[in-house]
Design a protein around this ligand. Structure first.
Ligand SMILES: C[S@@+](CC[C@H](N)C(=O)[O-])C[C@H]1O[C@@H](n2cnc3c(N)ncnc32)[C@H](O)[C@@H]1O
Length: 283
């Protein structure tokens, strides 16, 4: 865990300009009362009007605050550098309904909740035991509380992962050394292409997250289904851009794409703490 914390102290993520602003209509998908109404079929109870952004990074607190002015938001991250930047972004944009905590989501004494919504986007796959992280977040949800997670797909991520492992084997731990390596690589070599073509490869924070990260797990579709089944959380919907609205059909689509080697998206899921896990069956 210390290696992950150090990574984000050295490479705050993401690194958007502090002037970067959003309009309310850009963040409607993050509105807790609308999500609650759609998925729970009732008005958001007063006691569930709290949001936890677990592993918030340096930016996410701002859009969540903009989308949810009537909620109390806790922004939690291992990295003090990320929390400092996230707080500054919020203050500069006059967002004040948040508290910021430097801490580990695995520690039950930190940000204990309960929360009506937890967001852990791109976080659990950086834990040594992602299931332990998922269960720790479940413990903090209200009844019928919602949890959004993003996890890496094995297939979508395999080229980047091969390059990340190669970079780590070479002992490269900073951006300058990564750039020097790129200059030395034969033009058109597989590693050179991976470094050049990765999404977010045009920024230092994107390069660091893709190739210098000390701890990454990726999931095959069947492994994702096992993780969900072990969590006891209910799958409400897949939310990555090309996801089908019916989760059963989406499981099938993902399975087919994976078998063809053409799955090119990571998984974004909306889960619920309902105690009813029937819909997790991966048919
Ligand atoms: C890839 S970044 C994602 C940031 C943010 N969720 C987003 O989507 O922009 C992962 C974040 O998770 C944080 N993190 C990793 N493990 C954590 C833990 N055990 N407890 C709290 N935060 C953690 C890291 O410090 C980092 O800021």
């Amino acid at each position: 865990m210390d290696a992950v914390r150090r990574h984000y102290e050295d490479h705050p993520y993401p690194r958007y300009p502090l002037v970067a602003s959003l309009r309310r209509q850009d963040v409607t998908h993050l509105k807790l009362d609308a999500l609650w109404r759609r998925h729970n079929g009732s008005e958001l109870p007063q006691g569930s009007r709290r949001i936890l952004i677990a592993g918030c990074g340096s930016f996410a607190p701002y859009p969540f605050s903009l989308a949810n002015p009537g909620c109390r938001i806790t922004a939690l991250d291992l990295s003090a550098a990320n929390i400092k930047r996230a707080r500054l972004h919020c203050v500069l944009h006059l967002r004040f309904n948040l508290n910021f905590i430097v801490g580990d989501l695995l520690d039950p004494a930190v940000a204990s909740g309960p929360f009506g919504l937890i967001d852990a986007y791109g976080v659990l796959h950086h834990l040594p035991d992602p299931l332990a992280g998922l269960l720790a977040l479940k413990q903090r949800l209200t009844k019928n509380g919602l949890l959004r997670i993003m996890l890496y797909s094995h297939t979508a991520r395999r080229g980047t992962e091969a390059a990340r492992r190669a970079v780590r084997r070479l002992g490269i731990t900073d951006i300058a050394a990564l750039e020097a390596l790129y200059e030395r690589l034969p033009h058109g070599s597989r590693l050179a292409r991976r470094l050049a073509e990765t999404p977010e490869g045009n920024s230092d924070h994107g390069l660091a997250d893709a190739f210098l990260h000390p701890q990454v797990t990726t999931y095959r579709v069947a492994e994702l289904a096992e993780l969900l089944a072990a969590s006891g959380l209910e799958l409400l919907a897949f939310c990555h851009p090309s996801a089908l609205s019916d989760p059963t059909q989406e499981w099938q689509r993902l399975t087919t794409l994976e078998a063809n080697g053409t799955l090119d998206e990571n998984y974004v899921l909306l889960l619920r703490n309902s105690g009813n896990t029937r819909q997790n069956q991966h048919k």
